[in-house]
Design a protein around this ligand. Structure first.
Ligand code: FAD
Length: 357
């Protein structure tokens, strides 16, 4: 049996792959399992011993199992094995077999750079969001716009100076050791200027190393950042958008909204705790709809989903961007996919954090 945490992560993984990575599952069915007639594949179940898949051909629906070489302990081992199956399937696939969405995402991580930059300024955006401006070392940082996000590697010592040439590879190497002073998490570039970026850090109720670092950081504190990447990829003919975000994804949604053409329509639903965590934003037409959790903790708000179920939108030329707590976002993705009959290209839903306490 997996522990509760892994079980939940694995269920989220199954839902995500079945919802948006059907092409990757089909590649695995065709060239890992040699089920060349498969038309549709779904993950049915994952146990510490095996992954069980439903394979559908024109003639039948059957169960196929992929056994792990040895019992797996947690969701990380499951995920690593899944990616190894995908890469073995790719190695056996013909050259013209189309790249899957997942492979395209993985490709984006190759050749990313690490930048060392410093805190220039801090200011309060709301009672639970702090903006940090970083300056220096960013001359070559590409401006990907929209939800561009980076991996922030921080040291528990706020005065820490990174060794010359420190990179993501160094972090990966140190990360396997027991004594590791570094921790990392993804954050979004709220705004970018010449050699300078603004980032909004949510100060949450159970602050982990990143939220603590953001609170403690002083002018000149150093951080290493790796990236950038984006998931916001609307089809070219999109002219209507829905943005759904809790505090962590509000910088991403706002950066994408600010990059839309004037004639493009959007609906924006921002979930936040209450009046004090709402921030002022030049929005004369009141296009941002604020939804309060009030007494409900972050990640457990129910009002947002209620509002989403009421949405009555024409899904033609529509693109939906949603991010926030992983379980909440998984439910929202399933609801909107079904209610609006969205196809995979029309949506980007990401669990930005997972509630564990
Ligand atoms: C692509 C991407 C972009 C992101 N962009 C941003 C961003 O711009 N700004 C931002 O603030 N976050 C952003 N996040 C989310 C951020 O990476 C996580 O919230 C991260 O877990 C924070 O790390 P931590 O060290 O503070 O807490 P952790 O050590 O990861 O967690 C400690 C505890 O806090 C809880 N927790 C974590 N995050 C939150 C939260 N936001 N609210 C309530 N409880 C929480 C966890 O469940 C856990 O119990 C992004 C994530 C992704 C994947």
């Amino acid at each position: 049996m997996f522990d509760k945490n892994s079980q939940e992560n694995i269920q989220l993984m199954i839902d995500l792959h079945n919802d948006v990575n059907e092409d990757a599952l089909l590649l695995i069915a065709h060239y890992y399992l040699k089920e060349v007639k498969a038309k549709k594949t779904e993950i049915k179940h994952i146990s510490p011993e095996l992954i069980s898949l439903i394979i559908e051909t024109d003639e039948e629906k059957k169960i196929q199992q992929i056994e792990f070489p040895e019992k797996v302990k947690d969701s990380v081992e499951v995920s690593n094995f899944f990616y190894s199956c995908l890469s073995k399937a790719r190695a056996d696939a013909p050259e013209d077999y189309p790249k899957t969405r997942l492979e395209k995402l993985i490709e984006k991580t190759l050749n990313l750079d690490t930048y060392i930059t410093r805190v220039k300024n801090k200011r309060e955006i709301s009672s639970n969001i702090i903006e940090i401006t970083f300056k220096g070392g960013l001359q070559n940082l590409p401006n990907l716009k929209n939800d561009a996000f980076m991996y922030f590697i921080v040291n528990s010592d706020i005065e820490h100076k990174y060794p010359e040439g420190f990179s993501m590879n160094d972090f990966r190497a140190i990360n396997t050791k027991d004594e590791n002073p570094y921790t990392a998490a993804y954050y979004t570039i709220r705004s970018i200027r010449e050699n300078e970026i603004d980032v909004w850090f949510v100060l949450h109720d159970h602050p982990g190393p990143l939220a603590i670092w953001a609170e403690e950081a002083k002018v000149n504190s150093e951080v290493a950042i790796w990236g950038p990447r984006t998931t916001f990829t609307p089809p070219l003919d999109t002219n209507n958008y829905i943005f759904i975000a809790d505090e962590t994804a509000q910088p991403a949604a706002l950066a994408a909204i600010e990059n839309l053409n004037k004639d493009e329509n959007f609906i924006c639903l921002f979930e936040t705790q209450n009046e004090t965590t709402k921030f002022e934003y030049g929005d004369p037409e009141h296009r941002i709809e604020w939804i309060y959790r009030n007494d409900q903790p972050a990640g457990e708000g129910t009002e947002l989903l209620k509002r989403i179920k009421q949405l009555d939108v024409n899904s033609e030329k529509l693109y939906v961007f949603g991010a926030g707590e992983a379980r909440q976002i998984s439910t929202i993705r399933k609801t909107l996919k079904k209610n609006l009959d969205l196809n995979v290209d029309q949506m980007s839903f990401t669990g930005y954090w997972r509630k564990t306490s």
